[in-house]
Design a protein around this ligand. Structure first.
Ligand SMILES: Cc1ncc(COP(=O)(O)O)c(C=O)c1O
Length: 475
């Protein structure tokens, strides 16, 4: 049964403001009858009203909000916890992480060097314990995935193997809206190979007046110019627009033109369903601190297709964790290659940093990407309807594709008009300070809102829309 809206403004009332599970500590986040101001259609009743959001949460069985720690909201906003929409930047802390870290510290204290074999999760094969869950997350075979390093480092390791410019085939194709780190990485790879980065790196632009790339335009470019392209390296979900590219279509087009095709899945892993093996992707890398909730700078993930992991001739940068485990401590001068993605590991893994990734990947394996995607489609679709209503008479536009198949959880909202009318950064600051709604800004004019299916609620979405309606004046 749907909770009554006014119950949820009473901190002593049972139930939660939108967790959909009810009664969990810290799952609600409202305090003080009538504290939140909800203008117009974002009042209590009706299609866009608070009751409808609460009713949707009450029916939900996938959300695991009570297993996460939510930051407190500014005291004056009337809620005790923020409505968190920045999980596409840094995911919330799972409560289980502290115990997992503590357990590793205890094992270190108890076993010291013997912890490599005697810890509850032995450190020597620690990365192998994460393999199956990581593989399931991205649609890969276990031997195709490895959890290691950080995202940009892994992109470089992948490019050390897969970016082999030769003859006229030297170009690296990225999107014009590539994340800056990827841009720096590919330019430095060009320089590393003695090439001019301005000539080598091609940045694909959306059509004039459009924000997102069209699959047909990427495919068309590769059909025309692919013979000059050594590597296609695109973001699976774009960090700015939230566009989910057609990975299988682009990968196939790249292969047809003889290119290697790799993917930066920072905004895709844990957000959208992936089938990297079946899509024939050459390699992919992702971070674990966004949708995967494994903490700031968390250890990242990497995928290398089976046809490559079984090829011992591929050039790789190596270290002692690249060799087979059985003979690692024989200290031979030459390594024994392993036919898995482990071959790209270099150093022994940072166990204290791996523990949160283990916790996080387990949560994804338990809930499953299929259930999360289903919830995500409902949640993001709901937020989109609310934002469209807010934008109807305000200087706002959603730049994320309207087709749910071409986006994940993130909706990017452009604030039209700039400084005098409504500056995106100022709006986002007021959303937080006045309403406890935490989104982020990509300058100059985009506010990103990501309702994360693992922990965000329909009521969070309602809070965001009601707050925006109040903070951006109608025109
Ligand atoms: C799309 C994308 N690529 C690369 C990075 C850089 O990641 P890292 O600092 O983990 O290498 C980020 C960080 O947010 C990102 O969003």
């Amino acid at each position: 049964m749907a909770a009554r809206a006014e119950d949820l403004r009473d901190p002593s009332a049972a139930g939660s403001a939108g967790s959909g599970r009810g009664g969990a500590e810290g799952s609600g986040g409202s305090a003080g009858l009538g504290a939140p101001r909800a203008p117009g259609v974002f009042g209590e009743d009706g299609e866009f009203g608070e009751r409808a959001a609460l009713a949707a949460d009450a029916e939900d069985s996938v959300c695991r909000r009570e297993e996460f720690l939510l930051p407190p909201a500014p005291a004056s906003c009337g809620y005790s916890e923020v409505a968190y929409f920045a999980g596409n930047s840094l995911g919330l802390q799972p409560r289980a992480v502290r115990a997992a870290l503590s357990a590793e510290l205890d094992d270190w204290a108890l076993h010291a060097v013997e912890g490599h074999h005697r810890a509850a999760h032995p450190w020597l094969p620690y990365h192998a314990e994460l393999r199956e869950d990581a593989a399931a997350l991205v649609g890969a075979a276990p031997e195709e995935t490895v959890v290691m390093n950080s995202l940009t480092v892994n992109l470089h390791l992948m490019m050390a193997t897969f970016y082999r410019p030769a003859g006229e085939r030297t170009r690296i194709v990225i999107e014009d809206h590539a994340f800056s780190s990827d841009s720096y990485a590919v330019r430095s790879q060009a320089v590393h190979h003695g090439l001019d980065p301005d000539e080598t790196v091609v940045r694909l632009r959306p059509r004039p007046g459009e924000d997102c790339l069209r699959t047909e335009d990427i495919v068309d470019y590769l059909a025309r110019e692919g013979h000059r392209v050594a590597l296609v390296l695109l973001g699976g979900v774009n960090y700015l627009t939230g566009e989910f590219l057609d990975i299988p279509a682009v990968t196939a087009a790249g292969h047809a033109a003889g290119c290697v095709v790799g993917w930066d899945l920072a905004h895709a892993a844990g957000n959208v369903p992936l089938a990297l093996h079946d899509w024939d992707v050459d390699f992919a890398a992702w971070c674990s601190y966004k949708y995967l909730n494994a903490g700031p700078g968390a250890v990242a993930g990497c995928f290398v297709h089976r046809r490559h992991v079984t090829d011992p001739e591929l050039p790789r940068l190596a270290g002692w964790w690249s060799t087979e485990q059985a003979t690692r401590f024989e200290m031979r001068p030459e390594l024994v290659p392993v036919p898995t993605a482990d071959a790209w590991q270099i150093s022994n893994p940072p166990i204290l940093a791996m523990a949160p990734v283990r916790v996080s990947l387990r949560m994804f394996a338990e809930t499953g990407m299929a259930a999360l995607r289903e919830r995500s489609l409902a949640l993001t679709g709901y937020l989109e309807r609310l934002l469209a209503e807010v934008a109807r008479d305000r200087p706002l536009e959603i730049v994320t594709p309207a087709d749910p198949a071409r986006r994940g959880a993130q909706l990017s909202l452009r604030v039209i008009g700039g400084a005098d009318a409504a500056d995106a950064a100022a709006v986002a600051a007021r959303l937080h300070e006045t309403h406890g709604v935490l989104a982020d800004v990509r300058r100059p004019d985009v506010i990103r809102l990501a309702p994360v299916p693992m922990y965000s609620t329909f009521h969070d979405c309602w809070r965001a829309a009601a707050a925006l309606a109040e903070e951006v004046n109608p025109v």
